[in-house]
Design a protein around this ligand. Sequence first.
Ligand code: ATP
Ligand code: MG
Length: 387
Amino acid sequence: MKRCLLIHYGEIGLKLGNKDYFVSKLMRNIKTKLKENFGRNFFVEHTLDRFLIPLDDDFEEAKYVSVLNKIFGIRNFSFVFVGSLDVEKLADEIWDSLQSEIGTDGPQTFRVTVKRSMKMPLNSMEMERKIGALLLSKGLDMKVKLKNPDFVVNVEFFNEHGYFSFKKYEGPGGLSSGTQGKLIATLSAGIDSPVAAYKMMRRGARVIFVHFHGYPYTDKDEMEQVEELVEILSEYQEGTKLYLVPFGFIQKSISTNTDVPARVRTILYRRMMLRIAEKICFKQRAKGIVTGDNFGQVASQTPENIFAIHAVTTVPLFQPLIGCDKEEIIEIAKRIGTFEISKLPCKESCTMFMPKSPELRANIKELEGCEKNLPLEEWIKKALEEA
Ligand code: ATP
Ligand code: MG
């Protein structure tokens, strides 16, 4: 039987004012990604708030799933059989296709779920009952169970067809990539910042990555780890860019400066990172900076310290993980494939020049006193020139 990919989008369907823009962007993203991965052009029909894409006879379902899971805006998708509008005929077609889907000791219970997007003599519930009864009469050896059945026959009536499938995949949700403008994402080699960047990309932002590295004071591992993370994240958007900014010289100067108490060093590093990120933000005409900060997780994330760090910039800071628990963050990191890389030990620039007992309640006046005699502008200039 002829097969199609049926894609439903979520929230973008609600964007009344500029829905067309979101939908056409999503359609373009789907076409681009499919072409990139399957080496041919795909015909994508947009009809009644869904996309319908004809598939080759021998299509590889798993490969499509992995591509579609990386396209933001998709709520769910299924690989439908193009069935008839006539219920009797349709039940025959479902029955024929169903045999290969259920093994010998397969599901015990089932239901039929119908969605109609066209005028028909029976309503959805009547149609569900009718198809269910026809399948049972053909010898389907399962009990009907409406709530949490083992097996679901999904049918959607539109375009003069009864499209059916036995499995619906959850998509990644969110808003179409590239619909919300640019943001700068500061990326360490840690677990949190890749997840933070992912979350903002999922909301439609195009993200430009910035990493501050300690090389040559540290080895290249950290940088390579970040490059690997960016590689993974780049699959979710078009045109990824990564700035590798030398930062070791700044950390070294601060950490060897006898006028700077060791306990405030980390906060001064963070303030410097933010100042440099701000410059990149202006240069890229981005609209804000994303960080993986998480309230109260490490010393630099106490409310006082966050206050003192954020004070150096007026650019909006986006911290999508601020209220998350570590377990939630790890769960996402595992799902998107960054966890295995982030958890690798590497000599981070930050840990290397880190004080033993960091300040938990920074005082801006004291920080400004420390910074007064430091060549901040010169550092920023050098870091950006060598990035
Ligand atoms: P992560 O797991 O993302 O490293 P963290 O919990 O270890 O975060 P911090 O080390 O305090 O927390 O870093 C807070 C945020 O500052 C990071 O999430 C990241 O956005 C940014 N950041 C820290 N170090 C760097 C770096 N070397 N380069 C770029 N951004 C950094
Ligand atoms: Mg870190």
